[in-house]
Write a protein that binds this ligand. Structure first.
Ligand SMILES: Cc1cc2nc3c(=O)[nH]c(=O)nc-3n(C[C@H](O)[C@H](O)[C@H](O)COP(=O)(O)OP(=O)(O)OC[C@H]3O[C@@H](n4cnc5c(N)ncnc54)[C@H](O)[C@@H]3O)c2cc1C
Length: 338
């Protein structure tokens, strides 16, 4: 049906168990075995990871990825798990939870070589540099309090900065692509580069970082350019956005919008028009509040959510001839998907 599994660095062989064991020894007490990924995804769904470790700095993130690569063990960088459907069978390899959260703020002067596309003068600009594990809503609150505009739309998106860059997260007319100046990337060959936003090929909920095949580049840090505005006006705008979310979006665990909006339309509208609101398989349900959300009513399995995805796609295609594309990513051990 054309659904694509997220492409994680993955090599199968009968010696994977041994390689996992030696990676575990290299990581020492930082690694846990069999951690349920349901504890780390916004869906509250997902089986165990062979190994699970948190990286508390960009340097530790680099070290853990390097160790996984050296031991030829597949790995997954986990932000807040807010765009993921992790298989019930879990993830074979190392899940690295990104908890790198250093940041600094630099008010710019006319002499600085930065510029927003809208022509804002440099003296009105501020550069916020943060490690990729920073929690996006916290960063949005922080920038609003400082009187910095550009990120107030992100207050209700439960992501890390890195995950938001990869997906070009956005809402209410704003997106990461409007404010990212540069990102620091760890490349597949182990080198670390500064990459300007223009080279990231940002698109609707995508970037070159998401397109890549087996060995994705990893966002270590990002520099954002924000402009000054009255903190009170920004706070009011942010509160308005949060109120709209409370009104329109379900409270139960989910991964946000399941499908991308097709050109010129809304996935939620098509799903609702197809009469699928409220459809339930196991404890997974098409939210009665917002048809593009699937919610976990209590003990939903990844297989329940997947079955709903298949059912929604089939019915929307049958009724409207539109093939909905997934916005969320499927990761882990899915076996053969039909
Ligand atoms: C209630 C709710 C509301 C939402 N609203 C919105 C919205 O309004 N707009 C929107 O765009 N999204 C929204 N989302 C979806 C989600 O928050 C975004 O897709 C977000 O960008 C995912 O970030 P994350 O850190 O949780 O990434 P994860 O889900 O943990 O990971 C997603 C992918 O990015 C990769 N990744 C994560 N960090 C890095 C890194 N540092 N370097 C390289 N790869 C990395 C992962 O390996 C994975 O492949 C919503 C989700 C929820 C649950």
């Amino acid at each position: 049906m054309g659904l694509q599994l997220a492409k994680t660095f993955y090599r199968t062989s009968e010696t994977l168990d041994h390689r996992v064991t030696s990676l575990r020894a290299a990581l020492g007490e930082r690694a846990a075995s069999g951690e349920p990924l349901a504890h780390h995804t916004s869906f509250r769904i997902g089986g165990p990871a062979d190994l699970f470790a948190a990286a508390h700095s960009a340097a530790e993130l680099v070290e853990m990825v390097s160790l996984a690569r050296q031991h030829h063990v597949p790995y997954l960088i986990l932000g807040r798990g807010s765009n993921l459907l992790v298989a019930d069978a879990g993830f074979r390899g190392l899940v690295i939870q990104n908890a790198s959260r250093e940041m600094r703020t630099q008010f710019l002067s006319a002499a600085d070589g930065a510029a927003l596309q809208n022509g804002t003068s440099n003296s009105m600009l501020c550069r916020v540099e943060a490690e990729s594990g920073v929690f996006l809503p916290g960063l949005a609150q922080y920038t609003v309090q400082l009187g910095l505009a550009g990120l107030e739309w992100a207050a209700g998106i439960p992501a890390t900065l890195g995950g938001a860059v990869v997906n070009n997260a956005g809402a209410f007319g704003g997106a990461m692509s409007d404010i990212v100046e540069t990102v620091t990337l760890l490349r597949a060959d182990g080198s670390i580069i500064a990459c300007p936003a223009a080279d990231l090929r940002f698109g609707y909920r995508t970037s070159r970082l998401k397109e890549a095949a087996a060995d994705r580049e990893i966002v270590l840090k990002a520099a954002l350019l924000l402009h000054r505005e009255a903190a009170s006006a920004l706070a009011a705008r942010m509160e308005g956005y949060l109120a709209q979310r409370r009104e329109r979006q379900p409270r139960e665990p989910s991964a946000g919008s399941v499908f991308k909006n097709p050109p010129g339309d809304y996935a939620g509208r098509l799903i609702e028009q197809a009469g699928l609101k409220g459809l339930r398989i196991g404890d997974a349900q098409v939210s009665p509040k917002h048809a593009n959300f699937i919610v976990n009513l209590d003990h939903a399995q990844a297989s329940d959510v997947y079955a709903l995805i298949v059912a929604i796609r089939a019915e929307v295609e049958r009724r409207f001839g539109v093939a909905l594309e997934l916005e969320i990513e499927l990761v882990g051990e899915w076996g053969t998907l039909t």
